[in-house]
Design a protein around this ligand. Structure first.
Ligand SMILES: CC(=O)N[C@H]1[C@@H](OP(=O)(O)OP(=O)(O)OC[C@H]2O[C@@H](n3ccc(=O)[nH]c3=O)[C@H](O)[C@@H]2O)O[C@H](CO)[C@@H](O)[C@@H]1O
Ligand SMILES: C=C(OP(=O)(O)O)C(=O)O
Length: 423
């Protein structure tokens, strides 16, 4: 586990370039096994989740090579079998191998995934989709057995009971090579869903409607990669740097963003009084002035993402009035609260699970622990705001999803050091 040491309290300035989206690439990598030939992905972030997915690929005899943001995956010699549960447990997205292997081999045996502990994260809607396509699903202890080897997969209507990013992607992966037409209703509309559909279509899939609430898939017999796929920019990483720039910046230019994907986040910053200039795929955040508190409610895209609420929290502390955060996706996603309190944050949770952020004049350094990826991001920003030294334990959780974080922060003139410790 790594630890991150920050000497905070100094203004940051300069430029930062956002990497490819974690929540896209973690599905694109499993999706690559559906291809009959090698696949190349560009703008791949250098994050732990990618390295763990490469280990899972290796266990399937799928070689992969990652250098300078380009990930090459060769699934031509793929072998099926039980996947390594240690690597599977390191991240949530390992469950995309369920849909991908089911699509390719009509069979998948995968342990329940890991990922951040942000409240109950059931996969009943994923299983419902696999069953609708004709698979027989059984669970034994920690393992899910998904089997359609007798009759194969047949396109069917699928109706989700709630909007789920994971279930939408898994259903797309399973249905792409199924016989006939699948229509998936009440799907998630996140930009990452569109990115996965684009990637599959580039390989010959026939998917329409990604980005709306109904996706239609006409099954095809095989997929073949013909071009390098460029991963979309990470809107959550962008939100994290926007918050950081608004909280401790003295002029920060954030490059490689899609402003449309950031709309709810930019709107909240503007409501607070943060001065922003959006030009093409960049956002410039001016030196901070007086900010006011705001109310934030998370909901599926195109609304304010659950993954943004924690990185925004330290900025809310600097406002001159109270803010209230309501997370409707993961109402108990509050691992950052007790840790921020250690840094002096005046912050509390009410009996309706709402986070109340009170104006806080100054934070001071302390030893804290990153309970999950976005809680880690919140602590990182708070550490940069705080006077003195902050030590963030369990920083591997930050490295799960933040590309080249030490270098990017140092380029903004932060005093930060990542120290790798043996587990
Ligand atoms: C819609 C939404 O905002 N999704 C977020 C969610 O995706 P993630 O993929 O984790 O969660 P889903 O989008 O799948 O689930 C959304 C909600 O539906 C529930 N659910 C989901 C699947 C299922 O089979 N059964 C079920 O009950 C979940 O518990 C959750 O309350 O967290 C990710 C990590 O923080 C974010 O990147 C996603 O943007
Ligand atoms: C919670 C997150 O990731 P995961 O779903 O991979 O645990 C996240 O990206 O904020």
């Amino acid at each position: 586990m790594s630890i991150m040491k920050i000497h905070g309290g100094r203004p940051l300035h300069g430029e930062v370039t956002i990497g490819g989206a974690k929540n896209s690439v973690v599905a694109l990598i499993p999706a690559a096994v559906l291809s009959d030939n090698p696949v190349k992905l560009d703008m791949v972030p250098d994050i732990l989740d990618v390295h763990n997915l490469m280990l899972i690929l290796q266990s399937m005899n799928v070689s992969s090579y990652f250098t300078d943001g380009v990930l090459q995956i060769d699934p031509t010699e793929i072998k099926t079998g039980r996947l390594p549960s240690k690597a599977i447990k390191k991240l949530r997205a390992s469950y995309y191998f369920m849909g991908a292997l089911l699509g390719k081999f009509h069979r998948a045996v995968v342990s329940f995934p890991g990922g951040d502990n942000i409240g109950p994260r059931p996969i009943d809607q994923h299983i419902r989709a696999f069953e609708a396509l004709g698979a027989h699903v059984t669970e034994n202890g920690d393992t899910v057995y998904i089997d359609a080897t007798e009759e194969g997969l047949t396109g069917a209507p699928i109706f989700f009971e709630m909007v789920s990013v994971g279930a939408t992607i898994n259903a797309m992966l399973a249905a792409t090579l199924a016989k006939g037409v699948t229509t998936i209703h009440n799907v998630a509309q996140e930009p990452e869903i569109v990115d996965i559909a684009t990637f599959l279509n580039e390989m010959g899939a026939n998917i329409t409607g990604a980005g709306t609430d109904v996706i239609r898939i006409e099954g095809v017999s095989h997929l073949r990669s013909t071009k390098t796929h460029t991963v979309i920019p990470d809107r959550i990483e962008a939100g994290t740097y926007l918050s950081l720039a608004a909280a401790v910046g003295d002029g920060v230019l954030i490059k490689n963003v899609v402003p449309d994907h950031l709309r709810p986040f930019l709107a909240k910053l503007q409501e607070m009084g943060v001065q922003l200039t959006v030009v093409d795929n960049t956002v410039y955040v001016k030196k901070r002035g007086t900010l006011k508190g705001v109310n934030v409610t998370t909901a599926p895209f195109p609304h304010f993402a659950t993954d943004w609420q924690q990185p925004l929290t330290p900025l809310l502390l600097t406002a001159n009035s109270e803010s209230v955060i309501t997370d409707t996706i993961y109402p108990k996603r509050q691992k950052h609260i007790t840790q921020l309190q250690k840094l002096g944050a005046k912050i509390s949770v009410n009996d309706r699970n709402q986070i109340i952020v009170h104006p806080t004049q100054e934070l001071h350094g302390a030893e804290v622990s990153a309970g999950e990826i976005r809680a880690g991001a919140a602590l990182m920003i708070a550490g940069l705001m705080a006077q003195g030294e902050t030590v963030i334990k369990k920083s591997d959780n930050i490295l799960r999803g933040y590309d080249n974080i030490e270098r990017k922060l140092m380029d903004l003139h932060a005093d930060v050091e990542l120290i790798n410790q043996l587990d």
